[in-house]
Structures are given as C-alpha cells and as structure tokens.
Design a protein around this ligand. Structure first.
Ligand code: FMN
Length: 199
C-alpha cells in the first residue's frame, strides 16, 4: 500500500511504533539493530551498528562506552543520525537530532538488566582502543569473572547511554518505477509538519 500523508500518524513516534511492530513480525535479523552516525569536532563522520534500547515520544535510546569513538564524537558534537533499513518490508527510516546523556541511574538500571557476560565485557573494555591480542582480551574477561564471583558487576565509569531527540524523521517505502514514497516529519509549532519528498 502506498504511503499517503493523510493516512500517516500525526507524529513520528506513533508512525515509528506502527512500522516497528509490523517489522518485528517479519524481521530476519535483530529488529532493534540500527546504524548510528556521528561526527567528530572537525566534522569527520563515522558509522556503526548499535541496538535501539527503547523509544518514546522523547526520543531513541542507545548505550555504549563513553570513551569509544562514538562516545568521544558525541561529547564533542552532540548530534547524531540513525538509520533503520528494513529490506523485508522495503522500508527505511532516517532520524536525526540532538543527543543528550542519560542520567547515571537510568544507565545503572539498564546495565544490570544485561547478561552477566556482557556486563563483564563492558567492565574490561577500553572500547575502540587497540588490544594487544585476542588472548589478552579473553584472559581479562576470565580474570574479571573470577574477581567478581558472587558480586554485582559495578557500573563502569566509562559506560553510558544517550537519548536522541528527533528533529527530522523520514519514512521511506519502495514504490514501482522508483516512484518511492518519502514522507518527512519536521517540528511545527507544538506538532509536526509532514512533507512528501520527490524520490
Ligand atoms: C548487531 C550489532 C549490535 C551492536 N550493538 C551495539 C550497542 O548497542 N552498543 C555498542 O556500543 N556497540 C554495539 N555494537 C558494536 C558497534 O557496532 C561498534 O563496533 C562499537 O560500539 C565500537 O564503535 P565505535 O568505535 O565507532 O565507537 C553492535 C554491533 C553489531 C554488529
């Protein structure tokens, strides 16, 4: 079915929610995976896959190491873009906007909801910096597991999360003859303006 502005939800949160629920039914890989694009202080861009850990009318949540490349980028330039590519539905969603740090309590709660092996991995990771060998990585994980036997894994100081507040959200759906549907949401007053874009 073609996308029609008049049949779309009035805000991007509800439209994302509707598409996400449809996609979850047919996804052949983790439906929460998304591309996160950041840029450093000099404007040099980089991308990577991260997992969407929540969404609400406030924005999109993700977690990572604060000292990683993305962490440094976001500290220097707190804006980012997300891309969801859902080929099984011939759809993509682009989101961009300012990013803010999550408070430590929210990060702590999410950290302890993760599998213990992942918590231990975060505790030893100096993410995105060189590690001398695979052997050292596995040894450090093993050592941390023994050291913290029977104890809660403390939240590493360099582990955190962000909320991306959408400023632009575009819903794209493939159409015949490359007459694809593109509907762009941008803020207008207290609500959102919807524009159809040429494909
Ligand atoms: C499916 C998938 C999910 C991932 N999820 C996360 C995630 O939620 N958080 C994270 O920090 N890295 C995640 N990664 C690893 C990142 O893609 C990336 O390698 C890492 O965070 C370092 O990125 P950076 O050096 O650009 O900061 C994931 C990778 C894949 C392939």
């Amino acid at each position: 079915m073609r996308l029609q502005r008049g049949r779309m939800q009035k805000d991007p949160y509800h439209q994302f929610d509707a598409w996400y629920r449809e996609y979850r039914e047919v996804a052949t890989h983790d439906p929460t995976s998304m591309i996160l694009a950041t840029a450093d202080a000099g404007g040099k861009p980089s991308t990577r896959v991260v997992l969407l850990k929540g969404y609400s009318p406030e924005g999109f949540l993700f977690y990572s190491n604060l000292g990683s490349r993305k962490g440094n980028d976001l500290a220097a330039n707190p804006r980012a873009a997300l891309l969801f590519h859902w080929p099984e539905k011939e759809r993509q969603i682009r989101v961009s906007g300012p990013v803010s740090d999550l408070d430590r309590e929210q990060v702590l709660e999410y950290f302890h909801s993760r599998p213990r092996g992942s918590q231990l991995a975060a505790a030893i990771s100096k993410q995105s910096r060189p590690v001398p060998s695979l052997h050292q990585l596995v040894e450090e994980h093993h050592h941390m597991r023994s050291k913290l036997e029977g104890q809660e894994v403390p939240l590493p100081d360099d582990w955190g999360g962000w909320l991306l507040k959408p400023e632009e959200v575009e819903f794209w759906q493939a159409g015949a003859d490359r007459l694809h549907d593109r509907i762009l949401y941008t803020p207008e007053g207290a609500g959102w303006k919807l524009d159809r874009l040429y494909p």
